[in-house]
Unconditional design. Sequence first.
Length: 112
Amino acid sequence: MSDRLPAKLEVAALIRRTESEGGFASVLHRGDPDRGAISLLITQRGRAAALLERRMAADFTYRWSNVMDGGAISLLSADWVETKSHIDPDCWLVELDIADAERFIAETTALG
């Protein structure tokens, strides 16, 4: 049995954490409730700050990784959600608009 929470529960916890800190969260694509991969588009006042994805590390544990910085995210086309969800229909795409995005990113990637 896996120690990993179901994706639906993990997304709900991330949304709740964001909203408790005065931020805004939106599910851009709802994936498989149990096993879907999760990508987090982190924004601050509507401007992209980072794209976090859960990746398997060398020790076979999953950790949040910053896979794209804000500048590169700004270059993404408007159909990013459609493209990503077409490639992996089970994935979750969540936008979190957070007042202190850098702190949130550092804390989240440190948690693993």
